[in-house]
Design a binder for this molecule. Structure first.
Ligand SMILES: Nc1ncnc2c1ncn2[C@@H]1O[C@H](COP(=O)(O)OP(=O)(O)OP(=O)(O)O)[C@@H](O)[C@H]1O
Ligand SMILES: [Mg+2]
Length: 268
């Protein structure tokens, strides 16, 4: 990362497991990658799914003392990727906590030869906590993108996450994943019911909602033609044009953030 201000960092968050955070992080990286230089960091340290999803393997080679990230490719776009999943064996597990989390973050940023980047997309584990606080402190993101489905449990958990983020980082978009379906083979689409869309809109408040269809038969829904393509393009554009408050003194992310105790109140 050699640009003077560093890349614009966007953090992908979501209250619930399995709602599509990693899919959205990867798709956003490729959508931004059409016009910009983009890297993808997998901060789901204990459940790193980016390498498997994007078909990249480690360990990364070291050149001049820095790791060279493997590049995921799709449709001629290359996205360098860093993930704990590139190290160890598929069976190795480790409890990432405290200073180790911050050490990994430092290494993924400082000790990786990213080359010049315009955007850095950061995938995170479900919920909020120490890891998210460390990402905010270390990377000063410009904005978050929240991912949810219209499922009641996902909405409830995402509401909690949005409350936690409320004071520390603006949310540029709420992605309503699985908003209808698209057939990956024939392109036939089926839009989400009004009730689902209304529930996500109520959660999002004044934050724009982007409906992303479930692409049947594809794990790479960012490659699914115009129906899904428009949603990715809209998300990329929102993220790219989001005001960068870093260095103005107004950035909420510039504030040190400690994990909030459970049950902390906020906007509902
Ligand atoms: N829009 C979509 N179209 C097709 N498949 C999808 C879509 N969104 C997610 N999936 C699939 O659903 C599964 C869960 O998605 P993903 O891994 O992105 O969720 P996650 O929120 O990152 O999960 P975790 O909380 O475990 O990190 C994956 O198999 C993924 O390929
Ligand atoms: Mg994930």
């Amino acid at each position: 990362m050699t640009t003077s201000a560093g890349p614009r960092v966007v953090v992908v968050i979501g209250g619930k497991g399995g709602v599509g955070k990693t899919t959205v992080a990867a798709g956003l990286a490729f959508a931004l990658g059409r016009r910009f230089r983009v890297g993808l960091v997998d901060m789901d340290l204990s459940g790193p799914s980016v390498p498997v999803l994007l078909g990249v393997e480690g360990p990364p080679p070291v050149r001049d003392g820095r790791m060279v990230p493997p590049r995921a490719t799709a449709d001629g776009i290359e996205v360098p990727v860093m993930s704990t999943g590139l190290f160890g064996t598929p069976d190795s597990a480790f409890g990432w906590q405290g200073p180790v989390v911050r050490g990994v973050l430092r290494q993924f940023v400082r000790d990786v030869d990213w080359g010049p980047l315009d955007h850095l997309v950061v995938d995170t584990p479900p919920g909020v906590g120490e890891l998210h606080a460390a990402v905010l402190d270390a990377l000063s993101p410009v904005a978050a993108v929240a991912v949810t489905t219209a499922d009641a449990a996902a909405l409830a958990d995402t509401r909690r996450s949005l409350r936690w983020f409320r004071d520390v980082l603006p949310v540029a978009a709420v992605v309503h994943n699985r908003a209808g379906t698209v057939c990956g083979a024939c392109g036939t689409s089926d839009r989400a019911g009004g009730e689902d869309a209304a529930a996500v809109a109520a959660l999002a408040g004044d934050v724009p909602v982007i409906g992303l269809p479930a692409v049947v038969g594809s794990r790479h829904p960012w490659r699914a033609g115009p129906e899904a393509g428009a949603a990715w393009e809209e998300l990329a554009s929102l993220v790219h044009t989001w005001p960068d408050a870093r260095g103005t003194g107004d950035s909420p992310a510039a504030h040190r953030h400690e994990p909030a105790p459970a049950g902390r109140g906020g906007r509902s």
